[in-house]
Design a protein around this ligand. Sequence first.
Ligand SMILES: [Zn+2]
Length: 485
Amino acid sequence: MLSDTVSRSSRCVFVIPICRRNNLSFVKGKNMHFNLRSFALFLLLAGIAAGSACAQPAIQPNVDITQVPAAAQPSPQFNADAATEAYMAMIPPAATARSNAYFEGGYWLVLWDFLVSSAIYLLLLQTRWSARMRDLAVRTSRFKPLQTFLYFAQFIVVTYVLGYPLEYYESFAREHKYGLATQTFGPWMGDEGKALLVNLVLGGLVAVALFAIVRKLSKTWWIWGAIVAMVFAMVAVAIGPVYLQPIFNKVTLLNDPKITAPILKMAHANGIPTNDVYEIDASRQTTRMSANVSGFANTMRITLNDNLLKRGSPEEIQSVMGHEMGHYVMNHIPKFLFFLAVLSLVSFAYLYWGLDWALERWGARWDIREVSDPAVLPLAALMSGVLFFALTPIMNTVTRTQEKEADMFGLNAARQPDGFAQAAIHLSEYRKMRPGPVEEFVFFDHPSGYNRIHSAMVWKGENLELFEKTPCPPAAPPANPPAKH
Ligand SMILES: [Zn+2]
């Protein structure tokens, strides 16, 4: 995944999608790259969130970055630091200021998402709204799994409505303010509705399964719950590209040999047995350029978005695909799923202990009888939200480490350091390029733009012979032929 921010774009170009909010989402309307991070949050049943908006002119496109700056041209004096600064200087200061403001605003949204979703869950508990939703479900059906599903459906809708002001600000108004969104309100709302429905159905199934386990296995539910949650996560990742993504975007086979031929050559050279590259019409929702690897096992695939195809140079596209292939070859999705499995077990153990502790103290006030009562869901979401908020730097570091690996793989595979630098500059439209080290550690799920360009220029500096105009003369025959025995 070549791309995204702390936020909702997906995480590759550098991006596998990352969702900032602690909600139960399988999908987010805007970036339909399948979002592993939101999965992690989803597995643990965590929220929603409020804000306001004001309109500003759209951000202007970046400068033409297809020219290699003088300091980055191959020469005996080539210096990676100077070449990196020459690329950085191509970004106009006004664009840097705007993307810094956008990205730093994202830091605050991490906090606001957490605070607003926590407030919503506390409201549902303290006013016994959650208990009343459970009572309605119990009155409607005597069948326990159906009661759970009916409760979950109310929970999803109520939390969405209460969190709508922040969702509107974060996903619609703010994206338009920075010129990153392409949808008018109607189509955006349509995507929101679809995402809500998908979350309701898939999340409802997970909730029914988990509460059945809690009812039947009162001592060991945290172990079995973690296992079942992981199985659902793997199934959802596997069906994502084939069944979930097409709900929001059109995914087609890319058929332009000028673009696919070098990509497929690179794929075959690196042991990827595919003859297909996919394209997604991400411009339906956003101006962001990105690409990603999605799926699991047989559905694993590489997809480029149409913004990248329209605006990226051939070198840039190849460098991005090299990065995506790195995720593929290094099995980053299965590895991330393994990480989630461990995290899931830890989280369920934490819930096993924490839910009992909280219900003992406040269960009567909230009218929640036991852990197997579906009305406990806001409490589970609240506790999971606290855990994941605290884990933000760790989650980002796990992802960022994989992204760095994919960057290095991509440089070696594509051999397009200048294309890679161009891609990093394109991503600067919505990412801060030069954060401080602590800032990068806490908030960045990809290496910063500066570090990415610098890696590319170091690579170029060590491989200058690939870029020199005059070909090397053929090797001279050995001066002293080997002696015959
Ligand atoms: Zn990536």
